[in-house]
Design a protein around this ligand. Structure first.
Ligand SMILES: CC(C)(COP(=O)(O)OP(=O)(O)OC[C@H]1O[C@@H](n2cnc3c(N)ncnc32)[C@H](O)[C@@H]1OP(=O)(O)O)[C@@H](O)C(=O)NCCC(=O)NCCS
Length: 162
């Protein structure tokens, strides 16, 4: 599946909300166990209106889109180096899309002069983050009745020659 990583466009907010919703409901079952008391609060702020605000806000929001501009995945980073969103559609999982979204976020953080990235990982994404160089920080983040281990990565040189 060919895809491009691009700065998120607020015209895609509804589609991005649908990607987040499907990714949480269909892929994150190891975390919410299909328990509405866990997944409903998780979904609650994933609205098109909030996404539009996030896109126009201070963080970096990136999407992976196919050649028809269909949104396949989304990632968002806060200006302080925290990854706030990283989700792909179930049918494109394992195609390297999130790896590229995370690379875009890491470049965004480097451009802001940051040398460290942090995130609270789902159980679902744990092996993925280990595979791209993140390590458990020994802390946890608790929210929505779930506990997520905090992962971090020190950003090295991106290999670009200036
Ligand atoms: C976690 C997630 C974002 C990964 O996205 P993805 O596009 O499928 O990941 P990629 O295809 O870029 O995978 C990159 C690497 O991680 C590995 N990987 C990805 N998911 C994996 C998994 N569940 N278990 C083991 N390895 C995994 C791949 O093998 C690949 O390694 P390789 O390139 O060396 O072969 C995706 O599974 C997802 O949306 N999950 C649900 C939402 C979620 O939990 N998000 C994290 C919030 S903190």
């Amino acid at each position: 599946m060919p895809f491009t990583i691009t700065a998120a466009n607020s015209a895609d907010s509804h589609e991005i909300a649908a990607v987040l919703r499907r990714s949480i409901l269909e892929l994150c079952t190891a975390d919410h166990g299909n328990d509405p008391e866990k997944y409903e609060p998780w979904l609650r702020n994933k609205t098109a209106a909030n996404i539009e605000n996030w896109i126009h806000g201070q963080g970096g929001v990136f999407t992976a889109v196919d050649p028809h501009r269909k949104v396949l995945g989304v990632a968002m980073g806060a200006p302080d180096g925290e990854v706030l969103l990283n989700y792909v559609l179930p049918e494109v999982r394992g195609m390297g899309i999130s790896k590229m979204l995370m690379r875009a976020l890491e470049d965004y953080f480097r451009d802001r002069g940051l040398d460290r990235v942090r995130l609270a990982s789902t159980k679902t994404a744990r092996r993925f983050y280990l595979s791209i160089g993140y390590a458990e920080a020994g802390e946890t983040h608790t929210g929505r009745g779930m506990t997520f281990p905090v992962f971090e990565k020190v950003l090295g040189d991106d290999g670009k020659a200036f």
